[in-house]
Design a protein around this ligand. Structure first.
Ligand SMILES: [Zn+2]
Length: 239
């Protein structure tokens, strides 16, 4: 199903709610998904930092010499400042994933601004660099959310390869499902913007062993044939 079809279905359902939850939807303005470069992969990790698994993930990425993008929850950054600093010091890209992980499609405007602003401020204070990418929790968005992100100098980001890694106990199954999506994207000429979770939005300490082990499998499978990039290789915010 092409994006045109998806858009038409969303509109035919009269559902801005449907469009708001659909990662490929562009009807609320431009968001970064992936460019037409079939040999590139971006590993992105949401809902951290998580002291239980992020350090092991960082060790894994370092052992492969690969950089990833981390969409960080502001309140976890506040709780784990040294871990956020380690992520940045090891050359990974840091993005904003809101302060408390609400569904921003249903959050009052003043709180949307607070959620984004407070998180960027905390991250910038910790890593000394401006935060230029934003991924809305659950992919939920509406025009106001995207405008707010852009006003704060951030490009909104979605994805095109995800599975339910946060509930799937088998790393093999997670890796297998992501590989199928990567191959499909690739056959169609696209790079893959892959989502995995190193944290859990409900609290610190979530078990993300299956997700980290699935990342290990993807690294091993693709390091010889694809290029792993961070999102700034694909697009820079215009502001
Ligand atoms: Zn999330």
């Amino acid at each position: 199903m092409g994006l045109g079809t998806v858009g038409a279905v969303g509109l035919a359902m009269g559902g801005s709610a449907y469009a708001a939850m659909w990662p490929g939807s562009q009807i609320f303005g431009r968001t970064l998904t992936a460019p037409p470069r079939s040999d590139e992969l971006a590993l992105t990790f949401d809902d951290g930092p998580n002291p239980a698994w992020t350090p092991r993930l960082l060790d894994l990425l370092a052992s492969h010499g690969v950089h990833a993008t981390f969409f960080i929850v502001g309140r976890f950054a506040q709780a784990e400042p040294a871990l956020v600093q380690r992520i940045a010091e090891e050359g990974h890209l840091i993005g904003n994933h809101s302060w408390s992980h609400p569904n921003l499609a249903r959050t009052p405007a003043n709180r949307v601004v607070e959620e984004l602003e407070q998180t960027s401020h905390k991250l910038e204070q910790l890593v000394g660099k401006s935060v230029q990418y934003f991924r809305p929790p659950y992919g939920a968005r509406r025009p106001f959310v995207l405008c707010t992100a852009r006003d704060l100098g951030m490009m909104p980001v979605t994805w095109n390869a995800m599975t339910n890694d946060w509930v799937e106990p088998s790393a093999d199954r997670i890796a297998e499902q992501l590989k199928a999506k990567i191959e499909t994207n690739s056959r169609r000429g696209w790079a893959s913007n892959i989502v995995l979770h190193d944290g859990g939005h409900r609290g610190l300490g979530a078990n993300r062993g299956p997700s980290v082990n699935a990342a290990a499998q993807l690294l091993t499978s693709y390091e010889a044939t694809r290029r792993f990039v961070t999102l700034d290789a694909w697009a820079q915010p215009t502001k």
